[in-house]
Ligand binder design. Structure first.
Ligand code: AMP
Length: 361
């Protein structure tokens, strides 16, 4: 295994808070980060170098790649052509395949289903006719989701009755979509896994995730699911990572239907990057998800993902961040602010992780 030595530079496509926390983790290991983003963002404050370049500017990204030793990305909507252009110059980890799968909900569902892993019933929707057929096949309630560029519950319409079908396509601007049967889950969990370039895999403890207004609100570890379910969750994520020949941190979001369900865990979606539901690892694990992603893409041995504390991570959305002073005074809490100026509604401004003694699993 060829590991980049301390002093080497990791190029990151994307300059948001995930890039920021990646750069901070890299610095801890004596590695530098260079950011490539279409606008200035939270990562620019902490990286060794940052450049503004268009996500369609293939020459600019090739030039950028020449200045770094390896390239990674911090969001899954990096255009594949941009990642491919960078890959002409330097290794891109995770690879372009992970982007192709994760960027398109139809590809993603088909890919996961082909591995024999459980997903919600789904059908492709291109217009009102195919929506009517899909609704007939899957039944209602169901959720119409755009194939591309949906996140934090955006680009989704919930369909309860037949009359809801009427305006559903126009509500998502007639974009190519999929219809998904509504899953009656008990709770939502995620798996954060890291895979090294030699195929070594480490898995973090599984958090339970709650959402508010379609945005992640809290991640709590350990999730209240059995050891058997945790093992199954890790196995599902491992199969996906291996099928993608993945390098780096992969997040797999799952619905948990109950211990006695025929299929206790169903894959919702994957994110080929460090993930908001893994932020608790900074304060509650020996080596956190950001450092492990950096280690993986730099070809280093992976770090110990062991959790030393129980944790509840709460996102600070919009005006929540105004309480920063009170939160900074809290004992047993790690406060993380992303350096964004305007606390607009729905904007992720930071997070706080409250830790406690590790409970038995
Ligand atoms: P997504 O953007 O696909 O992660 O969806 C956002 C949230 O909507 C999820 O975290 C779930 O709470 C809910 N959701 C998405 N798909 C389904 C489904 N097929 N059945 C039930 N709830 C869903």
């Amino acid at each position: 295994m060829i590991a980049l030595p301390p002093g080497a530079t990791i190029g990151i496509l994307g300059g948001g808070q995930l890039g920021r926390m990646l750069a901070m983790a890299a610095a801890r290991l004596g590695l530098k980060c260079a950011i490539y983003c279409d606008a200035s963002g939270p990562a620019f404050d902490v990286a060794a170098t940052s450049i503004i370049g268009g996500y369609d500017d293939l020459d600019a990204v090739r030039q950028f790649a020449k200045t770094v030793d390896v390239v990674t990305y911090e969001f899954e909507n990096v255009p594949c052509a941009l990642a491919e252009a960078a890959a002409e110059i330097r290794p891109v980890r995770p690879g372009v395949k992970a982007l192709e799968v994760a960027q398109d909900r139809l590809n993603e569902k088909q890919f996961i289903a082909q591995l024999g892993l459980p997903v919600a019933p789904f059908a492709a929707v291109d217009d009102e006719t195919t929506l009517a057929e899909a609704a007939k096949k899957l039944g209602l309630p169901a959720i119409l989701k755009t194939r591309r560029l949906g996140y934090d519950g955006k680009g989704q319409v919930r369909l309860k009755r037949t009359s809801d079908l009427q305006d559903a396509c126009s509500a998502i601007s007639n974009a190519p979509a999929i219809l998904e049967g509504k899953v009656e889950f008990l709770l939502e969990v995620s798996v954060l896994l890291v895979r090294g370039i030699d195929g070594d895999i480490r898995v973090y403890d599984v958090p339970q995730n709650t959402h508010a207004n379609g945005i992640l609100d809290t991640s709590t570890v350990p999730a209240p699911i059995s050891q058997k379910a945790r093992v199954r969750a890790a196995d599902i994520a491992t199969q996906i990572a291996e099928a993608l020949d993945y390098v780096g941190v992969l997040a797999v979001e799952l619905f948990f239907l109950g211990e006695d369900a025929t299929e206790p865990l169903i894959v919702n979606e994957i994110a080929p990057r460090v993930h908001n539901s893994g932020h608790w690892t900074i304060d509650a694990c020996v080596v956190n998800q950001f450092e492990n992603h950096i280690r993986a893409v730099a070809g280093w041995p992976l770090g110990d993902p062991q959790r030393h504390s129980d944790a509840v991570m709460t996102n600070l959305i919009g005006a929540d961040v105004n309480e920063w002073k009170n939160m900074a005074a809290e004992p047993n809490a790690g406060l993380h602010l992303y350096g964004k100026n305007e606390p607009r509604p729905g904007r992720k401004m930071g997070h706080i992780t409250r830790i406690g003694p590790k409970s038995g699993d």
